[in-house]
Design a protein around this ligand. Structure first.
Ligand SMILES: Cc1ncc(COP(=O)(O)O)c(C=O)c1O
Length: 391
């Protein structure tokens, strides 16, 4: 029996990198002595008032179909939050609720990109982008944010990648895996290109609330950009709500009817009790989110300090998010081999960052979504592993 051509477009190359992670998770579930530093899922519980609100809504019968674009009160809360942070006038018609940033990106991709279009993506980039952007047949054009430039964008490389087929640029600030927060100057340079070449910008801002150094600037807040920017975000990282699948797009109002058509046949709205909980998260639980950010920051500092005990292990101190990038090229030609040997010898799983794009080859990504003792133990094992490797 034949399947669609689409199946080839949704099978990205990143899958192999997850092998070690899958093994480690299985071992951890079996109670084995492993330390999983390979997944960006917050280890915190969702704050109790958010859970309470969902339970209350469930118990009061909020278990039916809910408004497809999202309930007005939720869209209003998202709009208010965005307007307050960015100064961009935003109302509910600029907002559409989706099942996580992932689903929001998927919708934006289908709404914007045609088969003959090219879409520029700054890599290292989140692993699902390839499938998401190619889903409708568009060609993805990865542009390096080179390691020797601190994984920051090089505007000349972006310029050189633009052709008359380019329809959009995808940026991620703060970035996964690098934790880089784009500066106003970098965003302005990209914005100038987008305006000059009449491009859309899809801006993934899912780590906005987890910034340790630097200021989050939304692309949509730059002059002339709100009308050509789709901002995607969610509560996954900010409120430890990955499993609630609550995300959204913010962009020009003209897109909403198209999202509506798509969501009607793809999603049919988030559950009402989830939406109610999301309203509580946005309107009442900002402090809980800030408290998690502070803990992540302490963990980042701890991991950097512990890894500095290895002799030749450059670490990119992340400005944001829940990751640290580590350059293992002094020890290994290939970060995949490093990850495999580290796991086999020390039971520590990290991710070969090459899965996020060519620029990150030779680097691994560590997540600090574990308590401090486990992080110290994980780093200690990495340092021991490297010292043994050198002998
Ligand atoms: C950059 C980036 N975008 C999107 C996502 C997906 O997030 P969500 O849970 O909101 O779908 C992730 C998850 O790790 C991510 O790192």
């Amino acid at each position: 029996m034949k399947l669609s051509k689409l199946i080839h477009r949704i099978s990205g190359e990143g899958a192999e990198a997850w092998e070690i992670h899958t093994l480690a998770q299985r071992a951890a579930a079996n109670g084995e002595d492993v330390i999983v530093l390979s997944i960006g899922d917050p280890d915190f519980a969702t704050p109790a008032p958010i859970i309470d609100r969902a339970v209350e809504a469930l118990q009061s019968g909020d278990t039916h179909y809910a408004a497809v674009p999202g309930r007005d009160q939720l869209r209003q809360a998202i709009a208010d939050d965005f307007q307050q942070r960015t100064g961009v006038p935003t109302d509910i018609e600029n907002v559409f609720v989706f099942a996580g940033t992932q689903n929001a990106l998927f919708a934006a991709s289908l709404i914007l990109l045609d088969e003959d279009d090219e879409v520029i993506v700054l890599e290292p980039m989140y692993v699902t982008y390839e499938a998401v952007l190619r889903i409708g047949g568009a060609t993805m054009v990865p542009v390096a944010q080179p390691a020797d430039n601190g994984f920051r964008p090089d505007i000349e490389l972006i310029k050189a990648a633009i052709t008359d087929k380019t329809k959009a640029i995808v940026i991620t600030t703060p970035n996964n895996p690098t934790g880089v927060v784009l500066s106003r100057q970098e965003l302005s340079d990209i914005a100038a290109l987008a305006i000059k070449h009449d491009l859309w910008v899809i801006s993934d801002e899912v780590y906005t609330d987890l910034i340790f150094e630097g200021e989050h600037i939304s692309m949509a807040s730059l002059p002339g950009m709100a009308e050509r920017t789709i901002t995607v975000n969610s509560l996954s990282k900010s409120h430890a709500m990955t499993g609630w699948r609550t995300g959204w797009t913010i962009g020009p109002k003209a897109l909403c009817p198209h999202y509506d058509n798509l969501a009607l046949c793809m999603l049919y709205g988030l559950p009402g009790f989830v939406q109610e909980a999301a309203i509580t998260a946005l309107t009442d639980q900002r402090d809980a989110s800030l408290a998690m950010r502070d803990i992540y920051q302490r963990r980042r500092d701890l991991v950097c300090a512990e890894l500095a005990k290895a002799s030749h292990l450059p670490v990119l101190k992340s400005q944001a998010a829940m990751y640290v990038m580590v350059d293992v090229r002094h020890y290994y030609d290939n970060a995949k081999d490093f990850s495999r040997d580290l796991y086999q010898q020390k039971g520590v799983s990290v991710l070969d960052a090459g899965a996020f794009g060519k620029s990150a080859r030779g680097w691994v990504r560590l997540c600090f979504t574990l308590d401090e003792d486990s992080l110290v133990e994980g780093c200690k094992r990495i340092v021991e592993f490297l010292h043994a490797h050198e002998q």
